[in-house]
Design a protein around this ligand. Structure first.
Ligand code: PLP
Length: 422
């Protein structure tokens, strides 16, 4: 039966739920200190299963995009669920393998893969490499030839479609650096098909992140499906249709797409194509499964504007500063009379904030705030700016919290520096 191309509107405000309970979070803050990231592994499992379920009835492989959250315990849990991995560096490939993801379920994407990375990926025998340019294809061919292997590849096609998301995370427009045009892709496939060291087995697109509209996804799938038909007609053995990641989540009250509608929009364009679908979801799996806990340090008022200064900052959670992302922030103690404040960190930048105009109750120093929806692109984007050691990460499963990464020390910060003038 044909379903209308209409998305059921999913509008959910991220709340503390599942393993993320106020008491347990308070306890974690007390035991492990703040700032600290906390991930609910059971919620991650639910999200993974929901996505897998959406594609059930088709051959499909979810390749979790490690860059969203590459904590080993998180990746291990996904490995146990038989997830594959989408990696964008040799470091991520090694992490995926370390966490137990089989090599034959790993794909390698990114515009700037280096020779040593490509060779290592080929030695590992990963599923395939997503090519992002003709020059890179020639480099992969050369590497494969030197190693005496055949490189399984797919070409990342840029469908030139506006994903209607934040410009920094849109990747499928011709002005973006990602992928190649449909015309160039065709030429690359023809070349690869003839090469003794390249084996085109997939086709790939990824138009952006935090996608909340079906239309651009369906249109992209349609364009790429058309190209796939023409490649199959040329006797190429394309087996994988890699739809990238990008499925959005609710940070506040935004409407998003359900995994079911997402899958249907794509499957609807694949009639007559017997291919394994690869979905490289990142944010959807981990985004709303994590919170970032910070402690209140001070409060101040500057000409009528109220600031709450906390111990976490843009070096821990960059999304507000980088994208103007709006994360909900909750006081773990129950809220009474709310007032609007800016929640800011200690870093010497005006752009260092975790939230603007956030409704919070009166707070005491030492109280804990939970920055919601911080499971994706949180810790994985953190830096050492202002010589701030990276914070700790904690995972919860079945109500039990465990330290998953220790807080860095000052010694960690300077460990690789050489005192040249001493
Ligand atoms: C970032 C990225 C993803 C994951 O994106 P999400 O929005 O986190 O789902 C998947 N594939 C590629 C190629 C990416 O660059």
């Amino acid at each position: 039966m044909e379903r209308a191309r209409e998305s059921t509107v999913i509008k959910n405000v991220p709340e503390l739920s599942g393993n993320l309970k106020r008491d347990l979070l308070q306890e974690i803050a007390r035991e492990f200190g703040t700032p600290v990231y906390v991930y609910d592994l059971d919620r991650i499992e639910q999200q993974f299963r929901a996505l897998k379920e959406a594609f059930s009835g088709r051959k499909a492989l979810i390749c979790y995009a490690l860059k969203a959250n590459s904590n080993l315990s998180v990746v291990q849990r996904l490995a146990q669920l038989e997830s594959g991995a989408d990696c964008v560096s040799l470091g991520e490939i090694k992490r995926a393998i370390l966490a137990g993801i089989p090599k034959y379920k790993i794909i390698y994407s990114g515009v700037g893969k280096q020779e040593f990375e490509i060779k290592e990926a080929l030695r590992c025998g990963i599923l395939f490499i997503n090519l992002e340019s003709r020059e890179e294809m020639l480099c992969v061919e050369k590497c494969a030839k030197e190693l005496g292997v055949v490189a399984r590849i797919s070409v990342r096609v840029n469908p030139d479609i506006d994903p209607q998301t934040h410009p920094y995370i849109s990747t499928g427009l011709k002005e973006n650096k990602f992928g190649v045009s449909i015309e160039s892709a065709k030429e690359m496939y023809l070349y690869a098909h003839k090469s003794s060291f390249l084996e085109p087995i997939g086709i790939h697109f990824h138009i952006g992140s935090q996608l909340t509209k079906l239309q651009p996804i369906a249109e992209s799938a349609q364009k790429i499906a058309r190209l796939t038909h023409s490649l199959l007609a040329l006797k190429m053995e394309i087996k994988f249709f890699d739809i990238g990641g990008g499925l959005g989540i609710s940070y506040n009250e935004e409407e998003t797409i359900s995994p079911y509608d997402y899958a249907q929009a794509i499957l609807g364009e694949l009639r007559g194509l017997d291919l394994t679908i690869i979905c490289e979801a990142g944010r959807f799996i981990v985004g709303n499964s994590g919170v970032f806990l910070v402690s209140v340090l001070y409060q101040k008022e500057n000409q009528g504007k109220h600031f709450v200064i906390v111990d976490g900052a843009m070096n821990d959670l960059l999304r507000p500063s980088l994208y103007g992302a709006r994360h909900r922030i909750l006081a773990l103690k129950n809220a009474e009379s709310l007032r609007n404040v800016d929640v800011v960190g200690p870093i010497c930048e005006s752009g260092d904030y975790l939230g603007k105009d956030i409704a919070l109750p009166p707070l005491n120093s030492g109280e804990i705030l939970a920055v919601m929806s911080a499971g994706a692109y949180g810790f994985s984007m953190s830096s050492h700016y202002n010589s701030r050691p990276n914070c700790a990460e904690v995972v919860i499963s079945k109500g039990k919290a465990r330290l998953a990464r220790t807080r860095e020390s000052f010694e960690d910060l300077v460990a690789r520096e050489l005192e040249c003038l001493k």
